[in-house]
Design a protein around this ligand. Structure first.
Ligand SMILES: Cc1ncc(COP(=O)(O)O)c(C=O)c1O
Length: 522
C-alpha cells in the first residue's frame, strides 16, 4: 500500500507519529525497497493515450441532440493518461510485488490456498458465460441457469442437505444468511430467541455475524482434546438459544468426535445447528454435515472449490439447508420446471427476501462446477484424503528434534487438513515471536501460515498445506522451519528484522488497518 505524503485520511495523531520504516534498519534496504511505490495516477501525463479509435465513419450529430446537457458531466473523468507499454509495465510490476499462490507455497491455515486449475479460467471466460447480462430473461439464460441448478445439486449431495441457495458472496455472507434463516424459522413458530452459541475456537466472522444479526454471542469452552466442552455446552444450551455455530473439523484442525451428542443437545432445546464450511476441504466425500445433524451449511467455493482468492476478489458462500429451513431461503431460487426448462422462482411467501443484487458471483459458480465435474465423486474424496495426508505428513516432519521443542503442536492428535503449532516456547527460549518466524519464512520463498489464530493457542501458527503440494515442497518447508530456528539460536535479530528480500520490509499492519490509504488525491 502506498504511503502518500499528502493523504488526507491521516487523522489520528497517535498513528501520525508512528513511522513504520523507522523499525527497519534502512542500511539493509535494497534499492527496490527504498523506492516509494507509485500508483497508475502518478504515472499519468496529460495527453498520453493507450489506444486511439479510428474515425467512426458515420455522420456526426450535435451532442445536444444525442444527450441533453443536464445529463452530461461538466468535466471529463480524472482517469490516468498513460501509454499501453507503461500500463503493462505498471501492472506486471505490481503483480510481482505481492506473494501469490502461483509463486510459492502458501500454507495459510483456514484459507485453503490450493492450486486453481487454469482450465477453469478458460471455461469461465466463455462468452456465453462471461458476457451474459445478469438481468437477462431466464428464457435466454438457460445454460447459465442449468449450470447453477446442477451446481446446487452437487453441493446438496456433498453437504447431505437437500436445498441450496447460491446467493451469498462469501463465507461470512453465508453465515449471515444462516443466522437470518434461523431467526425466520423460530419466529415462524412464534418463538423469540436471543442467543447464539459459538465455541471459543470459532473464526471471528462467527461472533461478528451473530452480533450483526441482532443476537447475543455466548461462548462455549473447548475441552482438553480440542473439541467442544460438552458440559459447558449443556450448561449454556437453553430455550433462549437460537443456534450453535460450529466448524468440524474446527480451527484447531481436529474433528469433534462428539458431534452426534452435540447435535442432540442443540436440537433438544429446539435450536438449529450451523456448520461453518470453511474447513470442508478435509471431509468432502468422506463425511457429510447433514449426516452429522447440521441444519445449515455454508461452503466457501473460493476455498474448497478453487475459486482464486486472497486479494478480496469475488468469493462465494452458498448454503445448503434441511427441509425445515427451506421455506425461508432467499428469493429467487433457481428451479427446474416440469417441462424441463430452468427458471428463477420468486414465488416464495416465507422467504427472507433477497440477500444481494442478482443471483450471486456467477464466475465462481462456473469455476467450482468445472472443478466438481472434472474431479467427480471419487476425485473429490481423494482431494480431501490427500489434504489430510499432506497435513499429517508435514506435522510428522515438524515433530523432529530442533523444531518440536520450540514449536510444539497445540493439540497432539491425528490432525485433519491443518494443524496448529504454538510458538510460545520459541518466544521464551529463543526470543523470536511467531510474527518473526512468519516474516523470516518470506525470505525463503514461503508464505507464512496463519498467525495468532486460533486465539486460544499462545503464539499460534495455523498450517494448512492443501492437497496440491508435492512431497518436496512439504520437505522444504520443514527444512526451512528447522533452519530458521537454528539460526535464531545463534542470532535472534535476524528473524526479528526479517524479511530482507521482499519488495517491502516489515509493514505497519496496525497502521494499514487503522489508516488505510484508499483514496488517491488527484
Ligand atoms: C473458519 C472460517 N469461517 C469463516 C470464514 C469466513 O469466510 P469468508 O472469508 O469467505 O467470509 C473463514 C475465512 O477465512 C474461516 O476460516
Amino acid at each position: 500500500m502506498s504511503t502518500l505524503s499528502d493523504n488526507r485520511l491521516h487523522a489520528d495523531p497517535e498513528i501520525e507519529r508512528f513511522e513504520p520504516s523507522a523499525r527497519v534498519d534502512r542500511a539493509l534496504q535494497t534499492a527496490e525497497q527504498a523506492k516509494r511505490a507509485t500508483t497508475i495516477y502518478e504515472r499519468s501525463v496529460p495527453g498520453r493515450r493507450a489506444f486511439t479509435p479510428p474515425a467512426a465513419g458515420v455522420p456526426e450529430r450535435p451532442l445536444d441532440e444525442l444527450l441533453p446537457a443536464r445529463l452530461r458531466r461538466a468535466e471529463g473523468p480524472k482517469l490516468p493518461e498513460i501509454a499501453e507499454p507503461e500500463i503493462v509495465r505498471h501492472y506486471v510490476r505490481l503483480s510481482t510485488r505481492n506473494f501469490h499462490l502461483d509463486e510459492g507455497f502458501y500454507p495459510l491455515g483456514s484459507c485453503t490456498m490450493k492450486h486453481n486449475p487454469k482450465l477453469h479460467e478458460r471455461v469461465a471466460a466463455l462468452p456465453g458465460y462471461a458476457r451474459l447480462h445478469p438481468l437477462s430473461d431466464p428464457r435466454r439464460a438457460q445454460g447459465a441457469l442449468q449450470l447453477m441448478h446442477d451446481l446446487q445439486g452437487a453441493l446438496a449431495e456433498i453437504a447431505g442437505l437437500p436445498h441450496v441457495s447460491l446467493q451469498p458472496s462469501a463465507g461470512s455472507h453465508g453465515e449471515l444468511l444462516g443466522v437470518l434463516l434461523t431467526r425466520a424459522y423460530h419466529e415462524d413458530r412464534g418463538q423469540h430467541r436471543t442467543k447464539v452459541l459459538t465455541p471459543d475456537t470459532a473464526h471471528g466472522t462467527n461472533p461478528a455475524t451473530v452480533t450483526m444479526a441482532g443476537y447475543e454471542v455466548v461462548k462455549v469452552e473447548t475441552a482438553p482434546d480440542g473439541g467442544v466442552d460438552i458440559d459447558d455446552l449443556r450448561a449454556k444450551a437453553d430455550e433462549d438459544v437460537a443456534c450453535l455455530m460450529l466448524t468440524n473439523p474446527n480451527t484447531l484442525g481436529v474433528f469433534d468426535r462428539n458431534i452426534s451428542e452435540i447435535a442432540s443437545i442443540v436440537h433438544g432445546v429446539g435450536a438449529t445447528l450451523y456448520y461453518d464450511g470453511a474447513n470442508l476441504n478435509a471431509v468432502v466425500g468422506v463425511s457429510r454435515p447433514g449426516d452429522m445433524g447440521f441444519d445449515i451449511v455454508h461452503f466457501n467455493l473460493h476455498k474448497t472449490f478453487t475459486q482464486p482468492h486472497g486479494g478480496g476478489g469475488p468469493g462465494s458462500g452458498p448454503i445448503a439447508v434441511s427441509d425445515r429451513m427451506e421455506p425461508y431461503l432467499p428469493r429467487p431460487q433457481v428451479v427446474r420446471r416440469d417441462d424441463g426448462s430452468y427458471d428463477l422462482d420468486h414465488d416464495r411467501p416465507k422467504s427472507i427476501g433477497r440477500l444481494r443484487g442478482f443471483q450471486g458471483n456467477f464466475g465462481t459458480f462456473v469455476r467450482s462446477y468445472a472443478y466438481i465435474r472434472s474431479l467427480g465423486a471419487e476425485g473429490l474424496k481423494e482431494m480431501s484424503e490427500t489434504a489430510v495426508l499432506n497435513a499429517n505428513y508435514l506435522l510428522a516432519l515438524l515433530k523432529r528434534r530442533g523444531v518440536a521443542e520450540y514449536l510444539p503442536v497445540a493439540y497432539d492428535r491425528l490432525c485433519m487438513h491443518e494443524f496448529v503449532l504454538s510458538g510460545a516456547p520459541a518466544k521464551r527460549q529463543l526470543g523470536v515471536k511467531t510474527l518473526d518466524i512468519a516474516k523470516r519464512l518470506l525470505d525463503h520463498g514461503v508464505h507464512p501460515p496463519t498467525v495468532y489464530f486460533p486465539l486460544l493457542v499462545d503464539e499460534a501458527l495455523l498450517v494448512e498445506p492443501t492437497e496440491t503440494e508435492t512431497k518436496e515442497t512439504l520437505d522444504h518447508f520443514a527444512d526451512v522451519v528447522a533452519a530458521l530456528l537454528e539460526e535464531a539460536k545463534r542470532d535472534p535479530d535476524i528473524a526479528r528484522n526479517a524479511p530482507y528480500t521482499t519488495p517491502v520490509r516489515r509493514l505497519d499492519e496496525a497502521g494499514a488497518a487503522k489508516r488505510p490509504v484508499i483514496r488517491q488525491p488527484l
